[in-house]
Design a protein around this ligand. Structure first.
Ligand code: GRF
Length: 191
């Protein structure tokens, strides 16, 4: 059985969609660890509720930095657990070396926009403010850039005339929860 790790900083609804896909037989894999940089993140609670081991990584009080030694420790831990694929799900730090090269083409991210448009934070708000008529979400391989890696799959979402950033994000998230498990399956099949 293929082994996944999920890294997230927030609510973890995408992590939940992975748990659900596994339970429903749409994704033949197992989540062996959930890691969060935020001790208060609900993703940790979701892991516990789903019987998945969960741990907090201590990023030393830095708000956005992912310290090198923490990345090295995470890489080592994931190697020990024989993780096949690392899924970023709302993880708010940039993955770099040495974690990147420990898992080449084995780290995925989900982003709430049609990349390459609108990388970075609050992409749904960026799309709305730019007057886009189509929004969406993207699953891509992670490289050293911010939301720049090779695209695996995308889903389109219409922007409606009365959309607020919140309503658009909610509509995008519905698609994210379908897209991410499907894209993980696709990436696993290419290993
Ligand atoms: C999602 O919109 C995802 O695309 C972005 O961060 C958000 C995480 O949401 N990277 P959740 O924690 O999975 O609910």
């Amino acid at each position: 059985m293929l082994r996944l790790a999920v890294l997230g900083s927030g609510s973890g609804s995408n992590c939940q969609s992975i748990f659900n896909a596994i339970k429903e037989g749409r994704l033949d894999a197992e989540v062996v660890l959930v890691l969060s940089d935020n001790p208060d993140a609900y993703i940790l609670e979701r892991a516990r509720l789903n019987g998945v081991p969960a741990e907090v990584m201590d990023c030393g009080g830095y708000k956005n930095k992912f310290p090198l030694e923490v990345q090295a420790a995470v890489a080592q831990k994931l190697k020990e657990l024989k993780v096949d694929m690392v899924c970023l799900a709302g993880f708010m730090r940039l993955v770099k070396e040495p974690l990147l090269s420990a898992f080449p083409r084995r780290i995925l991210n989900i982003h709430p926009a049609l990349l390459p448009s609108f990388p970075g934070v609050e992409a749904w708000r960026q799309a709305l403010e730019a007057g886009a008529t189509q929004a969406g979400c993207t699953v891509h391989y992670v490289d050293a850039g911010m939301d720049t890696g090779e695209i695996i799959m995308q889903a389109y979402v219409p922007v409606l005339p009365d959309d607020t950033p919140e309503s658009l994000h909610a509509r995008i998230q519905v698609q994210e929860h379908i897209l991410y498990p499907a894209a993980i399956l696709s990436a696993l099949s290419r290993l």
